[in-house]
Design a protein around this ligand. Structure first.
Ligand code: PMP
Length: 440
């Protein structure tokens, strides 16, 4: 059929014929400068300390398979049907029980099921934010949240943190100056436990102070807590939501405590917000995946999920210890790193003059990969930082990875000493459109 040229994209000679048609909000979505390297980093000879994939090899797969078999034969008619936009009532009841582990008392009616907590972030942002609104987040913060905020043309203001979490005075000052500028600050996004990317946990005292600043300034708090139950030391610190129900929207997920492939997360929100989120969920998906909810409920009912979390904890503890040991052994002087008490990540600060993004190609050539710190800032900061994850490789590979990384850092320092500080920054990496890396 001969279409007029104006509506026939195939006749257009530009690389992307729809370039003039995309919504404004897509303009903030950019290709990561490190994507090209990650396709190389996924090769088996490279020790990847970059990915944030949960390590699910210890799950009892044969028994799970049998349970899923029974689920389809015995309850498949319901489990494979459309469901409630808010999520299945039995799933929400189970979630109340899971959240009680972290001191949260909630009613199933106040929960909305989502496709992972990533979709929870999307629903919350689309419910609250117009273009130009401000969201506050930790500096640094989760790369996937930064991506969501950008997709809704939100201005991200990152607040200083230290080894106890967000600095309350910095939060207070940011609120005062943003308000003075007439900005609409919609919420604070925070990951209080074993933060992605730093591994830092907010102390109980900090949590109280942050909630006090929020109350003082009328700030809503979005608490993202996918790692909370993966504590490797003491019992979990009470969630912000357990201390303040009306001002906190809580995001949870089964991705780290069970398996991410089911894509089941949730939002626990004050009543009015929950109504809006349910409408947003219906508009987005009609209903969150019903089969996944049946599958997870089956797991929670028929397996000892608390004992399984203990198995995960032991496995991650060994890996965390291997990484801390490897770093102590192999990092050059003046390198510092955080000491995570749970979760997946260690945040490294390099000696002055080293640039983690510029250095990445050499690290990959030396067969070790990490995520440069710049990925976790909205404004290009973080070039002296890197995120290392210990969740996936074996302890031996983790130690070997830190050894390789140590060698790269030592040789980068020598180059700097020979040719002057900043030499490494000149070997800047070009981007390309290879598949998206797993830097979640
Ligand atoms: N929040 C944080 C802090 C994360 O690290 C991740 C995934 N790595 C998510 C949310 C999204 O997880 P999911 O959608 O699998 O629940």
């Amino acid at each position: 059929m001969n279409l007029p040229e104006s509506i026939n994209p195939r006749r257009d000679t530009r690389l992307d014929s729809y370039v003039d048609s995309y919504a404004q909000r897509t303009h903030g979505l950019t290709v990561s400068a490190v994507r090209a390297l990650f396709s190389v980093a996924n090769r088996p000879e490279v020790v990847s300390l970059a990915g944030g994939m949960p390590n699910i090899t210890d799950l009892p797969r044969a028994a799970l398979g049998a349970a899923m078999d029974r689920l389809i034969t015995e309850r498949g008619i319901q489990a494979m049907q459309y469901g409630s936009g808010q999520g299945e009532p039995f799933m929400r009841e189970h979630i109340v029980e899971v959240m009680a582990e972290e001191g949260i008392q909630a009613h199933p009616d106040d929960i909305v099921i989502t496709c992972g907590s990533q979709q929870a972030l999307d629903l919350v942002t689309r419910t609250f934010c117009d273009p130009g609104d401000v969201v506050l987040a930790e500096a640094p913060s989760y790369v996937g949240a930064i991506g969501t905020f950008r997709a809704y043309q939100v201005q991200i203001v990152q607040i200083a943190m230290d080894d106890q979490g967000i600095v309350p005075q910095a939060l207070r000052e940011a609120m005062i100056s943003l308000r003075a500028l007439g900005k609409r600050v919609k919420f604070l996004y925070t990951i209080p436990n074993f933060q992605n990317p730093t591994g830092v946990t907010q102390t109980l005292e900090r949590r109280r102070e942050i909630l006090a600043v929020a109350a003082e300034t009328g700030l809503l708090v979005v608490e993202d807590n996918p790692y909370g139950l993966l504590t490797l030391e003491e019992a979990p610190i009470p969630a912000l939501r357990s201390m303040e129900a009306e001002r906190v929207i809580y995001l949870g997920s089964f991705s780290k405590t069970f398996a991410p492939g089911f894509r089941v997360g949730w939002v626990l929100a004050p009543h009015g917000v929950r109504e809006k989120l349910t409408l947003a969920q219906e508009a987005a998906t009609l209903s969150p995946p019903v089969f996944s909810q049946f599958a997870i409920a089956t797991y929670l009912e028929q397996f000892d999920w608390r004992a399984q979390i203990d198995v995960f904890r032991e496995m991650y503890r060994t890996r965390r210890d291997a990484m801390l040991h490897g770093l102590a052994e192999h990092m050059p002087a003046e390198t510092t790193w955080t000491n995570p008490r749970g979760g997946f990540f260690v945040w490294v600060t390099l000696p002055e003059g080293l640039d983690s993004q510029a250095m990445l190609p050499r690290a990959v050539t030396a067969r070790v990969a990490y995520v440069p710190g710049t990925a976790f800032f909205a404004d290009g900061l973080g070039s002296r930082n890197m995120r290392l994850s210990y969740c996936f490789p074996t302890p031996e590979r983790i130690i070997e990875g830190t050894r390789r990384l140590g060698e790269v850092l030592h040789s980068e320092r020598e180059l700097n000493e020979t040719f002057g500080i900043g030499t490494t920054a000149m070997r800047y990496l070009d981007s390309s459109s290879s598949p998206a890396p797993d830097i979640s």
